[in-house]
Design a protein around this ligand. Structure first.
Ligand SMILES: *Cc1c(COP(=O)(O)O)cnc(C)c1O
Ligand code: SF4
Length: 348
């Protein structure tokens, strides 16, 4: 999600506690666990030849493959260049050492307010709710870990909530990670119940890729939780390509909208995935058709192993100019990069 501080990889969310017979394991947690972890199985499912695909076991060992089956179903069988496949397939290019691409993410220790709470920008505090994700995106800063090995959930949210309560300058809390929706709904409810006691919080923001990669996550219990929140909610989904949307995503996003959330999309500009004006325009239009407003188009964070995804700044600007010449103004996302020490995302 928001590259604030890398976290160690964590296992799938724990099933509902055994001592509570009423709490059956939600379906989305089962689907999460059934996600594909073996690159060869992924290739088999897509009818792709292993030798031609050029997967890297070393890359998969460094940052495991993980992808929900519903997301695989949106990939085109037999197409090695499928833009969804490129986002998850471990490849030899990841071993290239390229100057300027470091092990450090953009997060800096100075921005840490408490375990799992990071503040870089005025007014908004980012809460690292969990380190887990349902999908492992190859371009993500999260492939390198750890130095923040504690999330805000660890002590039942006490430290994180106290740090936010103590700073009246914070009026927006951002749930991030990892993916905050990898937490079970009762755990999220526990957190927001605590935050609700802080009078200076005016807005809640959620950054999650789950409505797109595991739309089943937006189930009845989740919608009930979301609808009952005491603040206006901005919900930032992370879709990089129009093909990530299908009827199941339209449904999950529609439920979020009906629960009262303001929906925004943040994408990363990725070579071989969405680096054409057609792909970007399709993404913005497809998202809007589902009820999602374009927000940011990010230049990727320069962490080791992702250089093959990078689009040069000049080309990024040109793509953005062409996009603006083609779409309604409100469909054009802001092209930005995160620069350590800046007071906000830096426009390119
Ligand atoms: C990106 C980011 C935000 C959110 O920035 P916006 O421009 O408001 O979307 C907040 N906190 C941190 C630490 C971030 O990295
Ligand atoms: S969903 Fe993908 S991009 Fe977002 S934090 Fe997880 S691995 Fe990174």
């Amino acid at each position: 999600m928001i590259p604030a501080a890398p976290l160690p990889l964590q296992p799938a969310p724990a099933p509902a506690p055994a001592h509570d017979p009423a709490a059956a394991t939600p379906r989305w947690q089962r689907l999460w666990r059934e996600g594909v972890r073996d690159p060869r199985e992924l290739l088999r499912l897509l009818g792709l030849d292993e030798a031609a695909a050029g997967i890297s076991d070393a890359a998969a060992a460094q940052f495991p493959l993980r992808v929900p089956r519903g997301f695989i179903a949106r990939m085109r069988p037999g197409d090695l260049h499928d833009p969804l496949l490129r986002q998850v397939l471990p490849v030899p290019d990841e071993a290239r050492i390229v100057p300027g691409f470091s092990l450090d993410a953009v997060g800096d220790a100075a921005a840490k307010k408490a375990d799992g709470v990071i503040q870089k920008y005025r007014g908004r505090a980012l809460l690292v709710a969990t380190g887990s994700c349902a999908i492992n995106c190859r371009y993500c800063f999260r492939r390198h870990f750890p130095y923040a090995d504690e999330t805000a959930a660890r002590d039942g949210w006490a430290g994180a909530v106290a740090a936010i309560a103590a700073d009246t300058g914070i009026d927006e809390v951002i749930l991030s990670g990892g993916d905050p929706l990898s937490l079970a709904t009762p755990k999220l409810a526990e957190l927001t119940a605590r935050l609700a006691a802080i009078p200076h919080i005016r807005r809640l923001r959620i950054h999650s890729r789950l409505p797109v990669v595991l739309p089943e996550r937006v189930d009845d219990a989740f919608v009930e939780w979301l609808s009952a929140l005491p603040w206006p909610v901005a919900f930032v989904i992370h879709a990089n390509h129009a093909k990530e949307f299908d009827a199941s995503v339209d449904a999950s996003v529609g439920r979020l909208r009906r629960a009262g959330a303001q929906l925004l999309n943040q994408a990363v500009l990725l070579r071989g995935v969405n680096d054409s004006v057609e792909a970007l325009a399709d993404l913005c239009e497809r998202g809007y058709a589902a009820g999602v407003m374009p927000y940011y188009l990010h230049q990727l964070d320069r962490v080791q192993g992702v250089a093959h995804f990078e689009v040069e700044d000049e080309r990024a600007r040109e793509l953005h100019r062409q996009l603006a010449g083609r779409l309604s103004g409100y469909l054009v996302p802001k092209l930005v990069r995160e620069v350590a020490g800046d007071p906000g995302k830096r426009p390119l």
